[in-house]
Design a protein around this ligand. Structure first.
Ligand SMILES: NCc1[nH]cc(CCC(=O)O)c1CC(=O)O
Length: 299
């Protein structure tokens, strides 16, 4: 029987879903059919944050898992709420794509004229960009990557900052002027990674999907998301976190930045790869002790 993979209809969603479908067919010989789903977040003109953030896409696809109209779904991991839904299992976290943030536009950040206009709606990106260049104007923008990049082409903006992985999935990574290394801009927890979800009540399916899982990526993003969850923050918080597996060790760095650029807490820690979530929780506690909670409330 064909497996039904539910996907949002945006180009980024269908591209990442098709990649997962192809890889699953290759590894298991099963046929996978993409089922396009229009979510409220796609049709509504209301601001996404008013709908509950990007989590609205996730919860609608989960509704289709629960009603049985699809067998599994693929999400950008950084859009997944940290709260666990016992009905849903993350059956696989495939190998991560490029986790870095990217500047799209003609020139690198250091070469932009003072007062240049950079578009990004993310407090995490704005706060970290302000540390690098406090003389630029940061313009909140919305819409999909094509719309955002279009504002640069139209001369409304001098650059936009987006996730490199998303740009690659859209075939627009050729327009990247600069990739930010994690030491200058920490990505969002889970950035560049995908989550493959199915119902907890279908362990055979979860077992089949687990061939897609990459243990190193799973350990890294578990630590990053544990930071976010311990800080009681969501995907729109000014929180960056990035972990890398080195043998049996996990190296994690996280930051909380005041949105007005007036301060930041940044800390690193290492621990056993098998205790990824503990590492993330402990690092978050150390950051809170240094004032991370107050910074998150700063405007
Ligand atoms: N919040 C939207 C979103 N969710 C996932 C990606 C890109 C792909 C990824 O990070 O895995 C993006 C766009 C962006 O941040 O530029």
């Amino acid at each position: 029987m064909k497996l039904r993979l539910g996907t949002r209809k945006s180009l980024m969603a269908t591209t990442q879903s098709q990649q997962v479908a192809d890889r699953l067919s290759e590894l298991t010989g099963r046929d996978v059919e993409l089922v396009g789903i229009t979510t409220l977040g796609d049709v509504s003109k209301a601001q996404l944050s008013q709908l509950g953030g990007t989590g609205v896409f996730v919860s609608e696809l989960r509704t289709h898992l629960i009603d049985g109209s699809i067998d599994f779904a693929v999400h950008s991991l950084k859009d997944l709420p940290t709260a666990v839904d016992p009905q849903i299992t993350i059956a696989a976290i495939p190998p991560r794509d490029d986790p870095r943030d990217a500047l799209v536009g003609g020139v690198k950040l250091a070469d932009l004229a003072p007062g240049s206009r950079i578009g990004t709606g993310s407090p995490r990106r704005i706060a970290q960009l302000r540390v690098l260049r406090d003389d630029l104007e940061y313009v909140p923008i919305r819409g999909n990557a094509d719309t955002r990049i279009g504002k640069v082409a139209a001369g409304e903006l001098d650059g936009v900052v987006l996730a490199a992985a998303g740009l690659a999935r859209l075939g627009r990574d050729g327009e990247i002027a600069q990739l930010f290394e994690p030491d200058e801009m920490l990505p969002a927890p889970g950035q560049g990674a995908l989550a493959v979800e199915c119902l907890t009540g279908r362990p055979d399916l979860a077992d089949l999907l687990s061939v897609l899982d990459d243990g190193r990526t799973r350990a890294a993003v578990s630590a990053e998301r544990a930071v976010l969850s311990a800080l009681e923050a969501g995907c729109s918080a000014p929180v960056g976190a990035y972990a890398v597996v080195d043998g049996n060790t996990l190296n994690l760095t996280a930051t909380v930045v005041a949105i007005d650029g007036t301060g930041a807490v940044r800390k690193s820690a290492s621990g056993p790869r098998t205790a990824a979530m503990d590492l993330g929780r402990e690092l978050a506690a150390a950051m809170i002790a240094q004032g991370a909670g107050t910074l998150m409330g700063a405007h």
